[in-house]
Design a protein around this ligand. Sequence first.
Ligand SMILES: [Zn+2]
Length: 262
Amino acid sequence: MYYSILLFVFVLFGQQAFGFSLNNNTGKGFSSNEIDVYIADTDCSGAGFTTERYKALVSSAVKRFWNNVPTSALFLDVKGIRSDIDIDGDDHDAALNKVPRNSILAGCNDSADQFSNASILGSAKMKCSGSTCYAVLILNAHPNSSLPDKDEGVIEDIIAHELGHAFGLGHSKLKPSLMYYSVSGKFQKWLGQDDIDGVTYLYPHDSEADILGMSLLGNCGSINMDDDNQHGFFKSMLIGLILILLLGFFRKLFIRNLRGSL
Ligand SMILES: [Zn+2]
C-alpha cells in the first residue's frame, strides 16, 4: 500500500514536471544530432541588421542555448550565408521548399502577409517526410516590425526560440522556459529545465543506442566480454550472498544447540 501511494505520487509529479511539447506532425525531429544551419541571402534591414550580422546572431544564439546542453547531443552547425538561396517575398511554404534537406534555413521577410500581425517577431516551419526533415525560420523584417527596437540579446532569444521549433519542439507551458509561447517582457538568460528535457528527449546522447544496436547486429565481441564480466560479477555477488545467509543460519543453529546442551 505504502509503495502504491509512493508510485502514485511519483507518477503525479512526473507528469507535472514535463511541460514541453513537440512540433506538430514532425515525428521525433531530425534523424541526425548534427544539423546544418544556413542563412538565406535575404534583406534583413527591416529587422534592423545586415545578413552578415544575422549570421553572427544565429551563431551566438546556438552557443548560448542549444549547443551546450550536457544531456543532449544536438549540435546546430551554423554554416554561413547561402548566396544561392533568396526567400524575399516567399510565403512560408515556398521558402520551406528552398531549404536543403536535413538542414535549417534562417531568413527574413518584409512581406506583411507572411505575418498575420506585424508585431509577430518571427516564425518557423518544419517538415519531415520519412527520416528527412527540413525547416525554415523567418524573422519579421516588415517596416512595422518591432525587431529593430529590441536589444541584441532579446533578438538572440527569439532566434533560439524559433530554432527550437525548427528542430522539433513545440511550446512549453512553463514561463521560465525559452519555448514558452511568449517572449514579451522577459530576457531569457538560459534554458529552462523544460527546454533541457525537450531537447534531451529529441536528441539524446546515443551511446546506449549504439551498444544496443551493436548487440542486435551481433557485432559485439567486446560487448560480449563485458557481458560475461558482468554476469561473472553478479554470479560472485549471488554466491557471496548465499554463503552469508548460510553462515548466519548455521551460526544460529550452532548457538541454539550449544544453549540446548548447557
Ligand atoms: Zn513559438
